[in-house]
Structure formats: structure tokens, C-alpha cells
Ligand binder design. Structure first.
Ligand SMILES: Nc1ncnc2c1ncn2[C@@H]1O[C@H](COP(=O)(O)OP(=O)(O)OP(=O)(O)O)[C@@H](O)[C@H]1O
Ligand SMILES: [Mg+2]
Length: 458
């Protein structure tokens, strides 16, 4: 007969409950059991960890010390006590760790001479010392830096597709050109803020998730009063499914060049309108007077730069110049670029390096070669390169990105199938302005139809 009251059974039952709790309710398990233990350990071990990571500073203090070893004439050892200046290791003050979904946050007081970057540089060391997945700097203010410890990679799960907003819900003015496209490693929403960072580069090897990010952008932007323009030199296979919501789609090199000249003409007209109104950019105009913002989606930038013969070379040079002009002036006049490609480097052709320098937003998916990561993220932080190079092929959609605060983050786009993006494009087809509406918006007068406009007909 099995005695269920036996202490061994009780221990076994308790263990099973804990295992089940951890398996099926990991969040409450983390908050109730693991985090309190971890928080105590973090504070207790902080002196050693800070010293090991080079975050302590030597400070001289007056200390009341004992000086042993004075032998009196009687032969008895006399101990003298006196004030002395001694060097002591001072650790940065650590605030109380606060639990978050997949880890914790701690604020530190910087020691004199320290900057948040000193902490960013030792994040990997801290992660090892704290036995966790990663540590990131997530905030700073004068004299303080906040770190987030990440205990489990939240990006290993496929982020759910963002539900496209229902037409009846409309869109919120503060979300204009700020679509949520996925999640950051810190658990926060990944908002691609085109108002703050006007142009973005979306790089990655094949099957790394570039088109998925474009799908996520289409779903996020479709309900908004913006014009979407597509360049798809893969013969239109990627973007033509979204044609109902696109204001224009170019699928051949000649169409691309025409569309780029049209965009430059629109930019020129907006420039004049701004000058006429005495403002520096369209965002200083009233809502009613503001021209419709345009988001230009380019899938496979390299195709725009490929040349087969001498005649095409001239086309490529004109394309490169047009893209560069849009990148330089587009922000002020509401024309935004999202350039996707497997490689975005000088080997593509003239002007690509200059173009890249104008693109502030970077998304680097998994890459095949270190050079592409360097091209995309090189001017950010060496750690960003390491993070990009370690993205596993089985995690498509994971990328290293520039955040709105100028720091880099690991992020994963929400999974948006072509069908879902197509559905969003169809639902919001009525929101797609015609080219003439785009060209005339904000100018206070109607333009003649597109084909009659000499500079647009090109
Ligand atoms: N965020 C994501 N979550 C889950 N799966 C994803 C995600 N992003 C992409 N995928 C999957 O990865 C595969 C490749 O994605 P995608 O087509 O976007 O890659 P790509 O970089 O555009 O490739 P190519 O250069 O060949 O066009 C797709 O099957 C897609 O379902
Ligand atoms: Mg693709």
C-alpha cells in the first residue's frame, strides 16, 4: 500500500506543482518565485560584478585604521589607531530591481566621470555575470542610467500579426507615419517612426524577413491618410498584390525612372508651396493645408542599380541621383523612403554610399556576410554588429534596428502573411489617393491630369 502522506511524496508533489507552474504560467512563476530571489542576489553580488566589469572607481577616503605591529619595551604588541587616507573601490549605487515581462530593470547612479555609454560597453559582461540572456541600456537621464536584464529571448516566439485597424476605428493623429511593425527585445512595441527618422534601410539575406516587414508596414499604414508608392523590380511579384492601396507601382526600370521624376516634381512643388507659406517643412502647415505624405517602398534596391549595357548605365545614374535627392530633401516635404535589399553597399554603384549616409533608420536582418552588417549598422555600435551577425536562420523577421532614441535594439517584425497584407490593402483601397490628389494636395489648386503634365510625362 502506497503511503501518500509520506514526506517523499509531499516533496515530489510540490516539485511537480512547481514544474507545472513554470511550464504553463511562466510569467507568474517569474514574478512570484524567480524574480525576488534574483533581485536579492543582484544586490548582494553587485560590488563584485561592478568591480569585474570595470564600473567601480577608486576613491580616496579618510578612514579610521588600526596600525598593528608596534612593539613596546615591555614586549607587548601595541595597536595604534589613527585616521588615514586610503583608496577604496566605490561601486555605482544600484536602485531596486523592478520586474518586467521577461526580465528586470535597474537604475544606476553614475559615478563621477561615467557616462551611459560605459554601461552599454559592458552589457555582455553584465549578462554573463548575471547569468541571463542579454542586458541593454534602455534609458538615461543626467546622472542615471537604466539597464534592462533580459532573462529569456522574447523574440524566439513568432510575434502575432498586428490586427489591421477596423475602418470604423479610423486612425489616431499621433500614429500618423508611426506604424507598429513588431516588438522590441525589451518587450516594447517596435514603432517605425517615419516622422522622427524619415528614411529607412531594410537589409538582410534572402528569406530573412524583409518582405514581411514591408507587409507589416502596409498593414500599419493602409488605414492612414498617406500615399503608398511601390518600386518592385522583381517584376511586381512582391508588391503588385497590394496595388489597390498603392497610389503608383513601378515594375520596370523605365517606370521607376518616370515615377522618381514624378516624385521629384511633387517635391519641387511642395518646396515652392512651403516657401510661399513661409514655413520650412510641411509639418509646420496646418492639417488642412498639409500635402499628403508619401511613403516609397522599394523591394530589392540592387535591381535599380543593375546595368546590362551602356544605355542602362545612364538610366542607373539618373535613378541614383533621383533617390539621393529624395533622401536629402524628402523629410521636409513628406516623402519617405523604405529601401529594402540584400546588400546596400558601394559595390551596387555610384552614389549608394552617399544615399546610405542619408538614411537614418536601419533594419538589419540576418546577413550572410559581415560586410552587409557593417554597411547597414557600421556607424552605430560594434555590439550591434555582433548582435546582427548572431541572428539565427530559424528566426526570420528578427533584426537589429535603430530605435527612436538613437540606440540599437534587437526586434522582430510581427508575422504578416501576404494574404493578410493583401486583405488590408483591399480593405483600405478607398484610402489610396490618386496621383493627381497627391500632386495637388497642399498646393491650393488642382493640377492637370498626370499624363498632360509635361514634367511628369518625362
Ligand atoms: N517576423 C516573422 N515572423 C515569422 N516568420 C517570418 C517573419 N518574417 C518572415 N517570416 C517568414 O520567413 C520567410 C521569408 O520571409 P520574407 O519573404 O519576408 O524574406 P525576404 O527577406 O523578403 O526574402 P527574399 O529576399 O527572398 O525576398 C517567409 O516564409 C515568412 O513567412
Ligand atoms: Mg522579399
Amino acid at each position: 500500500m502506497i503511503d501518500l502522506g509520506h514526506p517523499l511524496f509531499k516533496v515530489l508533489a510540490a516539485l511537480l506543482v512547481l514544474i507545472a507552474w513554470r511550464r504553463w504560467a511562466p510569467l507568474s512563476y517569474w514574478y512570484a518565485l524567480v524574480f525576488p530571489r534574483k533581485a536579492v542576489w543582484l544586490r548582494w553580488s553587485w560590488r563584485h560584478v561592478a568591480s569585474g566589469c570595470g564600473l567601480t572607481k577608486k576613491r580616496y577616503r579618510w578612514w579610521f585604521t588600526t596600525v598593528p605591529g608596534l612593539v613596546a619595551s615591555t614586549g607587548v604588541v601595541q595597536v595604534k589607531r589613527r585616521f588615514q587616507r586610503v583608496a577604496v573601490d566605490t561601486k555605482p549605487w544600484m536602485g531596486l530591481p523592478r520586474p518586467v515581462r521577461h526580465g528586470f530593470r535597474i537604475t544606476f547612479h553614475l559615478l563621477d566621470g561615467q557616462v551611459p555609454d560605459d554601461y552599454a560597453k559592458v552589457c555582455e559582461r553584465l549578462a554573463h555575470a548575471w547569468r541571463i540572456e542579454a542586458v541593454r541600456v534602455v534609458g538615461s537621464r543626467p546622472g542615471r542610467v537604466t539597464l534592462q536584464g533580459i532573462t529569456r529571448d522574447p523574440l524566439s516566439h513568432v510575434a502575432p500579426a498586428m490586427a489591421p485597424a477596423e475602418p470604423r476605428d479610423g486612425w489616431r493623429a499621433e500614429d500618423l507615419l508611426r506604424p507598429v511593425v513588431g516588438v522590441l527585445e525589451t518587450g516594447a512595441a517596435w514603432r517605425m517612426d517615419l516622422r522622427l527618422i524619415p528614411h529607412w534601410m531594410n537589409a538582410g539575406a534572402t528569406q530573412s524577413g524583409k518582405s514581411n516587414l514591408i507587409n507589416a508596414l502596409i498593414v500599419g499604414l493602409a488605414p492612414q491618410p498617406v500615399a503608398l508608392v511601390g518600386f518592385d523590380l522583381k517584376g511586381g511579384v512582391e508588391l503588385s498584390a497590394y496595388a489597390p492601396r498603392l497610389t503608383a507601382l513601378a515594375t520596370t526600370r523605365t517606370e521607376c525612372l518616370d515615377l522618381l521624376s514624378d516624385l521629384i516634381a511633387v517635391m519641387g512643388a511642395r518646396m515652392l508651396a512651403c516657401r510661399h507659406s513661409g514655413v520650412r517643412d510641411i509639418w509646420q502647415l496646418s492639417d488642412a493645408a498639409r500635402p499628403i505624405p508619401v511613403v516609397v517602398l522599394v523591394d530589392e534596391l540592387a535591381e535599380l542599380y543593375l546595368t546590362a549595357d551602356k544605355a542602362e548605365k545612364d538610366q542607373v545614374t539618373r535613378t541614383a541621383t533621383a533617390l539621393l535627392r529624395i533622401a536629402q530633401l524628402g523629410r521636409a516635404f513628406g516623402i519617405h523612403l523604405v529601401l529594402s535589399g540584400q546588400r546596400i553597399g558601394s559595390d551596387l554603384g555610384p552614389g549608394v554610399t552617399t544615399l546610405r549616409a542619408q538614411i537614418g533608420g536601419r533594419v538589419c536582418h540576418r546577413v550572410n556576410d559581415p560586410e552587409t552588417a557593417v554597411m547597414t549598422l557600421g556607424d552605430l555600435d560594434p555590439d550591434a554588429l555582433v548582435a546582427a551577425r548572431s541572428i539565427a536562420p530559424e528566426l526570420p523577421g528578427v533584426a537589429v534596428i535603430t530605435g527612436s532614441d538613437g540606440r540599437w535594439y534587437r526586434a522582430r517584425s510581427g508575422y504578416v502573411s501576404t494574404t493578410a497584407a493583401e486583405h488590408a490593402a483591399g480593405t483600405y483601397a478607398a484610402m489610396a489617393p490618386s496621383w493627381n490628389q497627391v500632386a495637388a494636395s497642399g498646393l491650393g489648386h488642382e493640377l492637370p491630369p498626370r499624363d498632360d503634365t509635361p514634367e511628369l510625362a518625362a
